[in-house]
Write a protein of this length. Structure first.
Length: 158
């Protein structure tokens, strides 16, 4: 009986470590692009955004479905700043890592296919290279640094 109780406690701790987390932040819309035959009634909508609050250059492209395209058509425009987004971070057991999915951009709910290659994220943190106090170049890192994950925890993967 005691062993079963300990097993339940351990299982509960494991499940709580892997529970979904919701984050809200603001972004800049760098590209809003309707897809389909009729630009006034798109079947899909691509939105490329930049996480304004994250160090470096953290961007994400989201391809939303027809319902999202209908909502976003008149509400989201390229160049908009301080647009609120809602991100749900969940553990993907198939891949063995965390994934942050945008579920809302502005007033529009997004349902993006996580297996669609059109949905991607790009992280780049650059710094000057100096020799004897003079800038001689730039080094860019595409890894999720601890400073980046601390400031923007929805970008965590491990």
């Amino acid at each position: 009986m005691r062993g079963a109780a300990l097993g339940l406690v351990a299982l509960g701790a494991l499940v709580s470590c892997r529970s979904n987390k919701t984050f809200k932040t603001s972004v800049e819309l760098t590209r809003v692009y309707p897809l389909g035959r009729d630009p006034r009634a798109p079947t899909l909508m691509d939105v490329e955004l930049r996480y304004s609050e994250c160090p470096g250059d953290a961007r994400k492209l989201v391809r939303g479905d027809k319902d999202f395209a209908k909502c976003a058509l008149d509400k989201l425009k390229t160049g908009m700043k301080n647009v609120s987004v809602e991100i749900v971070q969940s553990y993907n057991s198939e891949r063995g890592n965390w994934r942050g999915d945008i579920v809302k951009i502005g007033e529009c709910a997004v349902k993006a296919d996580s297996k669609d290659e059109a949905n991607y994220e790009r992280i780049e943190v650059c710094s000057e290279l100096k020799m004897t106090g003079t800038a001689v170049g730039v080094h860019c890192d595409r890894k999720r640094t601890p400073a980046l994950v601390e400031k923007c925890p929805w970008l965590r993967r491990d």
